[in-house]
Design a protein. Structure first.
Length: 55
């Protein structure tokens, strides 16, 4: 995910579904909308890290 948009090619390559991304957004970012997310990163341990945009 970059700039509030899902990178479907990268997600497909990493076997991350939109539901996986939604779950990470709920758990880590308090359910913020996609346009408030700068990026989501798949970590080496398999977890998704969410980086919010700065105001």
């Amino acid at each position: 995910m970059r700039d509030g948009r899902m990178d479907k090619n990268a997600m497909r390559h990493a076997l991350v579904s939109p539901k996986d991304l939604d779950e990470a957004l709920r758990q880590q970012a308090g359910g913020v909308p996609l346009d408030e997310v700068e990026r989501a990163v798949l970590e080496r341990d398999g977890k998704l890290s969410i980086v919010k945009r700065r105001p």
